[in-house]
Design a binder for this molecule. Structure first.
Ligand code: PLP
Length: 464
């Protein structure tokens, strides 16, 4: 068993499964329940860490983590900012009531997104030199030229000695394009360079501290080119502890490695379980990456480790940022809605293939849970709609699409009682990067989202 770590509010709702059965029966498609109170708690926990340092900082909720108005409204209520990555996200944030100074925008921008961002006066993180050139065009090419504040997003970070701090990404401008960017901005006094931006996934806190330190160095360097920025934006990618016991995952991955080595049935769909494969020397490639799918560090301890990492001989990153009057900007998506959503899928069929593999077919699919981005790793919670049987069941949980790859989870799952058609499966921690069904080319029933507010014994659900 790989058990999830549940938030007490989620546990409270699960205590009376009839709540969820009622919601699920109102829709043929999947159901998602969102907990804005948990988001609010995640935000408070993070700000508590940042407040320990005498820092200027801002937290921008990365809208792309969720389309839900519930979460965007909660971000507004918690008085944090928002980071938008499309014109639709920008309009959504404005409609919900965010004012321009609370909005930043990142990612590749088409002309209409860029124009709206300029007109609204939001902070724009530039993704390429060409985007900067288009920005210049739109800022000046109209009757009332507008002032605009920008960050330069970097695709590479090199230290003074030209050492590369991590592999380049395709987002942002490279270090050898920086001088050109400085010079373009310098020549256009309506455009102000406010700082630098670097977002990467999958680095530990001390390495992230090194990235931030390098961005602070760039703030100083850019002054030589006539700029006076003070923002360092280190992006998102904070995680959370999603399993009740993280060592369950390590044990499971070790089991898979053993199976792979003897060419045994590893009971996962496809030949590369969680990206792992046998090397030509008989070793396992990809084990570390598979292990890293589960974090044993929550966002707050990651943040405190990052800020207390010594970045030059005597000073921590936190002290350095404070002393240099640098404004630290964060753009977490996942971490702010961590554990703040559950998805309910209904069992629509149970079947077996020629090899004897069992399949549980659900009314959701790989878009409902965005399994290509964040596949559920812990066992779902089985809610039987009738009598529990003493017989356990083991098999694959799949979606309702007519596609071979529509697996909700790539590993076989065991339930202690045999599931039946109409039963429910609850997937915890699916508030972030989970609702992609708009991109579904097949017209399956859509997911219905509810927000859940809990006050004492009262549990209240309303449409998102
Ligand atoms: C530029 C940028 N900022 C922030 C985020 C949010 O990342 P996370 O949800 O991992 O915190 C992303 C995610 O892709 C991103 O591309």
């Amino acid at each position: 068993m790989i058990k999830p770590k549940l938030h007490p509010l989620v546990k409270k709702v699960l205590l009376d499964p009839s709540n969820l059965s009622d919601l699920a029966s109102a829709n043929d498609g999947p159901t998602r329940v969102l907990f804005p109170q948990i988001m609010s708690e995640n935000i408070s926990n993070l700000t508590a860490v940042l407040d320990n340092y005498d820092l200027r900082y801002s937290i921008q909720f990365a809208h792309k983590a969720s389309k839900s108005a519930t979460f965007i409204k909660q971000a507004l209520k918690s008085d944090i900012g928002i980071d938008v990555a499309s014109i639709a996200e920008l309009n959504h944030a404005l409609d919900i009531g965010f004012s321009a100074p609370k909005i930043s925008c990142t990612g590749p921008k088409n002309n209409s997104f860029l124009q709206l961002a300029i007109n609204k006066g939001v902070l724009i993180s530039l993704d390429s030199l060409s985007e900067l050139e288009r920005l210049v065009f739109y800022v000046y090419d109209k009757c009332t030229p507008t002032k605009v504040n920008v960050l330069l997003r970097l695709s590479t970070l090199t230290t003074k000695t030209k050492k590369l701090l991590s592999q380049p990404t395709r987002f942002g401008i490279s270090s050898n394009q920086l001088e050109k960017a400085y010079s373009i901005i310098q020549k256009h006094n309506l455009i102000t360079l406010k700082g630098f931006h670097y977002h990467r996934d999958g680095f530990d806190a001390p390495t992230k501290a090194e990235f931030a330190h390098e961005l602070v160095r760039l703030l100083r360097e850019s002054r030589l080119y006539g700029h006076s920025p003070n923002i360092v934006n280190v992006g998102g990618s904070l995680r959370g502890v999603s399993l009740a016991d993280s060592s369950d995952w390590t044990e499971y991955i070790n089991y898979l490695c053993r199976k792979l080595k003897v060419n045994g049935d590893h009971e996962t769909w496809g030949s590369n379980p969680y990206g792992m494969q046998l090397s030509i020397n008989g070793g396992i490639v990809g084990r570390e990456k598979a292990l890293s799918l589960v974090s044993s560090e929550d966002a707050t301890s990651y943040m405190s480790t990052m800020l207390s990492t010594k970045v030059d001989s005597n000073y921590t990153l936190g002290t350095n940022l404070a002393d240099s009057l640098t404004h630290l900007m964060l753009e977490p998506g996942y971490a702010l809605v961590f554990n703040a959503g559950i998805t309910i899928l209904k069992v629509i069929d149970l079947k077996q293939d020629e090899l004897g593999n069992n399949y549980l077919v659900t009314n959701g699919n790989m878009y409902t849970l965005g399994t290509r981005m964040y596949e559920p790793l812990s066992d779902p919670i089985h809610i039987s709609q009738g009598k529990l049987t003493a017989k356990s069941w083991k098999g694959y949980i799949v979606g309702n699409l007519c596609r071979e790859d529509d697996f909700i989870m790539q590993r076989k799952v065991t339930t202690s009682s045999e599931p039946k058609i109409g039963d429910l499966l609850i997937f915890p921690n699916t508030g972030a990067y989970a609702d992609f069904e708009d991109t579904n080319p097949i017209l399956q029933e859509k997911c219905l989202n509810y927000q859940c507010l809990i006050k004492g014994k009262n549990i209240n659900f309303s449409k998102d």
